[in-house]
Design a protein around this ligand. Structure first.
Ligand code: COA
Length: 285
């Protein structure tokens, strides 16, 4: 079924979209004011990730970082069958050990950029999110899944292991024992189990996933970009440091939000019973 969101993917109106038109494996589109979508676009191979795809993803993230109109980023895969069915096995088959290390490092560096972006990033997962697909989703701030989604780290079946962060992000998300089970067995996790485990935030019927993602994204465009960026940086950094240090970081970040203009606007709007509106973050280049 064609959703209103899918119809909007081709609303290319500005420079960012003109530049994005040069990509072969990625579609970048502005869906609504402030809401942009990256779509991995290799449906013939279920959106499997090869080197060119990662290079284009990096170039796409450069565009996103430089564009102050971007307030929320959605990440999805083309077609109904897959989000991303993993790293491209045909590409990986011919890699030497050294080339495999470089491919993994490049993938890790690319996926880590999603948590370094100042804007919220939401994965919309329809169908298969396997291997690199599961890892891509785990790199986003939230995961919304369709009721037909299927997650796994099946690398063990190829006699390799997750190379784009899965062995580490899955452990942080689910705990060591469960993550070990999933990485060692490579078993499929359907949406209902993914929800129970806390792997995904929400599950929707397949034909309403895009609408749900867009609604969530639109809601976030009305929040202070300054506060969202501070929350994102604080919570991602805090996850990997001891609690006492993380709490210090929280106090410093709390102070930073008081130093900004947005909290003045937001608190006054509360007292005036009016709706606050916030300017985009200024980009450096
Ligand atoms: N890399 C390269 N090509 C892939 C791929 C991947 N990760 N996943 C799917 N494809 C290709 C298939 O080779 C096939 O190509 P073909 O039409 O030229 O034969 C096409 O995508 C469709 O996949 P197919 O296997 O025919 O679909 P299916 O519905 O029978 O099975 C999957 C779907 C996802 C279960 C199956 O494709 C699969 O297991 N993929 C690999 C998953 C994986 O191990 N990912 C981790 C890699 S580290």
């Amino acid at each position: 079924m064609q959703t209103p969101l899918a119809n909007k993917e081709f609303d290319h109106t500005n420079t960012i979209n003109a530049l994005a038109d040069t990509f072969e494996n990625i579609r970048l589109a502005c869906l609504e004011t402030g809401v942009y979508q990256i779509c991995i676009n290799r449906p013939k191979v279920l959106n499997a990730l090869n080197l060119q795809c990662l290079e284009e993803l990096n170039a796409c993230l450069d565009l996103i970082e430089r564009n102050s109109d971007v307030r929320v980023l959605l990440v999805t895969g083309a077609g109904e069958k897959a989000f991303v069915a993993g790293a491209d096995i045909a590409y990986m088959k011919q890699l030497s050990a050294q080339e495999a290390e470089d491919f993994s490092a490049y993938g890790n560096q690319t996926f880590s950029r999603f948590s370094q972006l100042k804007v919220p990033v939401i994965a919309l997962v329809k169908g298969y999110a396997l291997g690199g697909g599961c890892e891509l989703a785990l790199s986003c701030d939230f995961i919304l899944a369709s009721d037909k989604a299927c997650f796994a780290q099946p690398e063990v079946n190829l006699a390799i292991l997750p190379g784009f962060g899965g062995s580490q992000r899955l452990t942080r998300r689910l705990g060591l024992s469960l993550a070990l089970e999933l990485v060692m067995t490579g078993r499929n996790i359907k949406s209902d189990e993914a929800l129970k485990l806390g792997l995904v935030n929400h599950v929707y019927p397949a034909d309403s996933l895009n609408e749900a993602g867009l609604e969530l994204a639109k809601g976030l465009t009305h929040k202070s970009p300054y506060a969202l960026a501070a929350i994102k940086q604080l919570m991602h950094q805090g996850e990997n440091i001891p609690l006492d240090q993380a709490l210090k970081l929280e106090s410093q970040s709390f102070a930073l939000t008081f130093a900004g203009n947005d909290r003045e606007v937001a608190m006054q709007a509360f007292l005036d019973k009016s709706q606050a509106s916030f300017r985009s973050l200024q980009k450096t280049s």
